[in-house]
Write a protein that binds this ligand. Structure first.
Ligand SMILES: [Zn+2]
Length: 182
């Protein structure tokens, strides 16, 4: 997959500098905003959905622990809000992009695929999320290629330094690592 040497950003298309510049700005903004959500009891992940004109359609943080629901990941919450706002289960005519502070887990990849969202931009890759936090992000073989087949663009590893810092702070403050027992 194409990689940008300067930033370690990876994609399933030839990297478009305009898209990347926009994504850097949005994801850095989400990372800066995320501690505010964590302090209110949310999990350490934030997602925002934008249309192609740059209008914010929906934004949501992870609410697994504070709302007692295992599928309340940031991406799922944001998709649910966008669909409610637009009054449809099929977002594909709206040409939407989702920006997430960390790589989507296996459930959220499914949720994104079913929603009709056209592009995914994420910060911290799953292997780093798992290493830092202990969350199990699931098995996601070849998902960049699978999304490409479905005409969904993916850019990953955007502003990872800022993202890793938020996750490390989440752990050092002793916040919940929610997962099913063994
Ligand atoms: Zn998820």
């Amino acid at each position: 997959m194409p990689a940008n040497k300067k930033t370690s950003v990876i994609s399933n298309e030839k990297i478009d500098d305009l898209k990347l510049t926009k994504a850097n700005k949005i994801i850095l903004g989400l990372q800066q905003e995320l501690p505010k959500y964590i302090n209110k009891g949310h999990g350490p992940f934030l997602a925002a959905i934008y249309d192609s004109d740059g209008n914010l359609i929906a934004k949501a943080a992870n609410s697994v622990a504070n709302k007692s629901c295992s599928h309340n990941h940031a991406e799922m919450n944001a998709i649910k809000l966008a669909e409610k706002k637009l009054g449809t289960y099929d977002l594909s005519p709206y040409n939407l992009s989702i920006y997430v502070t960390s790589e989507p887990c296996m459930m959220c990849l499914g949720g994104i695929m079913w929603s009709g969202i056209k592009a995914v931009y994420y910060g911290v890759p799953s292997e780093r999320v798992t290493k830092i936090t202990g969350f199990d992000e699931g098995f996601k073989q070849n998902w960049f290629d699978e999304f490409k087949k479905r005409r969904i663009t993916v850019y990953g590893q955007i502003e990872t330094e800022a993202g890793e810092k938020v996750l490390k702070d989440y752990i050092s403050h002793g916040h919940t690592i929610y997962k099913p027992g063994k």
